[in-house]
Design a protein around this ligand. Sequence first.
Ligand SMILES: [Fe+2]
Length: 123
Amino acid sequence: MKIYKCPICGNIITIIEGNIKPITCCGVDMEELLENTVDASQEKHVPFYEVKDDLILVKVGEVEHPMEEDHYIQFVMLTKDDDLLYIKKFNFNEKSEFKFEYVKGSKIYSYCNKHGLWSKIVQ
Ligand SMILES: [Fe+2]
């Protein structure tokens, strides 16, 4: 599951099916978001989770990430292979945590508007 961001306006998209090239916005190519490409605190960005029954509570991160207007977690996402995708988007004044269906072997992502994309595999 690839995610792209416009370097000009900040639009973020993902593609459900297909291999679209190029993907443009504001007249320029959108950039693929890659994990761990910005140097920042792992404790505040890598998603942290607790499993209870058939649900998984995802928090960002093990040490709570700031949720301020200019620096916050924009979304968390859970994926499994190429056929499952759950996304929870946040506003800056919300708490960056959400309950998803527990799916063993899935991958959870967090995205900070300043420090990029982070992930963890669900055991
Ligand atoms: Fe951050």
